[in-house]
Design a protein around this ligand. Structure first.
Ligand SMILES: [Zn+2]
Length: 231
């Protein structure tokens, strides 16, 4: 308790800009009002749980110290990302957590970066933290790829998908075809594939699978506001 108070005071004073601050406020809760319906199961032998998992999103997102962020977005004097919404509504249909890990700071945003389009959000925590499913769905991919390293793609139904890349590992039972609940462990963030350091590369995509998927800025969606998600 004393530590928490000290951390909060430090945050208020603007002395601590990163991970400690991001955990100080009470976490928000994913809405369990039935708005999100995962796609129908491909298999019923899931060893990964289709129930809601232990993850609770952090209220705030901060920029990492000493990181060079070329993507344009707004933040305050404490390096807190402005207008950050931990629970968002994608395409008016699917509710997801916009940052599916805890105590993380942002190293890169979505958009133009070094002459290319960065199609996701990069966040990191130290020590490397667990990455969780951002919404209920069906796992479409859980594999190792040359660019994404250990990567997972989840289909949330209604044409909305999330991708998690560069994981150090893929948790047991996280396999293509399995139904998974919100907030279930996927793997520890890592630096597998084409990556320059331990972080999570997180994408929100819309479209059809297999087929064409279009990436969107995870921070661009409106907040999902309900009485059950009071923050
Ligand atoms: Zn990235």
């Amino acid at each position: 308790m004393a530590l928490m108070l000290r951390t909060m005071l430090a945050c208020l004073a603007g002395l601590v800009l990163t991970t400690a601050c991001s955990t100080s406020p009470a976490p928000v809760s994913y809405p369990m009002d039935g708005r999100v319906a995962p796609p129908s199961a491909i298999t019923t032998t899931a060893s990964v749980s289709a129930e809601q998992g232990p993850f609770q999103p952090d209220v705030d997102l901060f920029l990492c110290p000493n990181s060079t962020i070329t993507n344009a977005f707004e933040y305050d004097a404490d390096f807190r990302v402005l207008n950050f919404n931990p629970i968002v509504l994608v395409e008016g249909k699917v509710v997801i957590a916009s940052v599916p890990t805890n105590n993380a700071c942002m190293t890169s945003g979505f958009g133009h970066r070094m002459g290319r389009t960065h199609k996701g959000l990069d966040v990191r925590s130290r020590p490397a933290g667990m990455v969780y499913s951002a919404a209920p769905g069906t796992i479409r991919e859980a594999k190792r790829s040359p660019s994404f390293g250990n990567t997972i793609l989840i289909d949330h139904g209604q044409g909305v998908f999330t991708r998690y890349a560069h994981l150090a590992n893929i948790e047991a039972g996280v396999e293509a075809g399995k139904v998974i609940g919100f907030g279930q462990p996927l793997g520890i963030m890592g630096t597998t594939g084409r990556s320059t350091g331990i972080h999570l590369h997180f994408e929100v995509l819309t479209g059809t699978y297999p087929g064409s998927l279009t990436a969107h800025n995870p921070l661009s969606f409106p907040a999902y506001l309900t009485q059950s998600a009071a923050y």
